[in-house]
Design a protein. Structure first.
Length: 275
């Protein structure tokens, strides 16, 4: 295998490994955000129920009700006006962004990202993706959360740093290099663009006729000398087959059965008198 193909293979598998880790960390962020939001709602409900009691046995709830606590006990909800609303809204936005980033990593639907989120589409690199992931990880790590959310956000921020570095190095070529469709096309031996690469014969560009493994050679205005290269004989055919190219026979223009004219009709026309 040539050195260039080895580098392409390593880059393909390396970038897809980073993409798999990115999707995994986003799923962990999604799950931890749901769990944290559920725990916050339970803590707020318990806080409201405890604040309505007038007994002096629960002094902590009374102190938090008086505004002496910065956060509601056992939650990430700040003890301030509309604190529960903004805490839940923050988690919902994180969940929504995690879903968008997962779809962006999967690459579906591509027209949606091209129209509404171009920086996450296939025409941009991994830098914007890494910046958004870093913002989400920092937003979670800036609060006192449980261990599950802490680990998920830490891994997300680490993957964000890797994506930002890859975006700076590879720029817009990163998503094209990790494309699975392009890799499958290359493994099947699909011919390159005739405008940029020559076919098996000099001066002849390959054109496809439906099957990616077969081609028909058509002259494109270059040298039509049959003696150039291997020519169109048996040696040229062997050389093309050795490279994985197969010359397809042209399809017949007429069907296998062509109705013949009747002799009686032709003779009657010949014997009929003129006007």
């Amino acid at each position: 295998m040539p050195q260039s193909k080895k580098l392409v293979t390593v880059a393909f598998f390396g970038l897809n490994a980073v993409r798999a880790l990115s999707i995994l960390t986003l799923l962990l962020l999604f799950a931890s955000s749901v769990v944290t939001m559920a725990n916050d709602i339970k803590a707020v409900n318990a806080f409201v129920a405890a604040s309505k009691q007038s007994s002096s046995s629960n002094s902590t709830a009374e102190d938090c009700a008086d505004g002496q606590c910065d956060y509601i006990e056992g939650s990430t909800v700040p003890n301030q006006p509309a604190g529960a609303f903004w805490a839940v809204m923050n988690r919902l936005l994180i969940i929504f962004q995690a879903i968008i980033l997962i779809l962006s990593e999967v690459g579906w639907p591509a027209p949606f990202f091209d129209s509404y989120f171009p920086v996450l589409g296939p025409n941009f690199g991994l830098g914007a993706l890494g910046i958004i992931q870093g913002l989400l990880g920092a937003a979670v790590l800036s609060h006192h959360v449980d261990e599950f959310s802490l680990v998920a956000a830490f891994f997300l921020f680490s993957i964000a740093c890797i994506n930002m570095v890859l975006g700076l190095i590879l720029r817009q070529k990163a998503k094209a290099m990790r494309s699975i469709r392009a890799w499958r096309a290359a493994k099947k031996g699909v011919l390159p663009n005739p405008a940029t690469a020559a076919g098996p014969y000099p001066g002849i560009a390959p054109t496809y006729t439906g099957n990616s493994e077969k081609m028909s050679a058509m002259p494109t205005g270059g040298s039509t000398n049959s003696r150039a290269g291997m020519g169109f004989g048996r040696q040229g055919l062997k050389a093309a087959e050795a490279k994985g190219y197969f010359v397809q026979k042209p399809e017949e223009a007429l069907p296998t059965y062509v109705p013949k004219r009747h002799a009686s009709s032709s003779s009657s026309r010949a014997s009929s008198p003129g006007p």
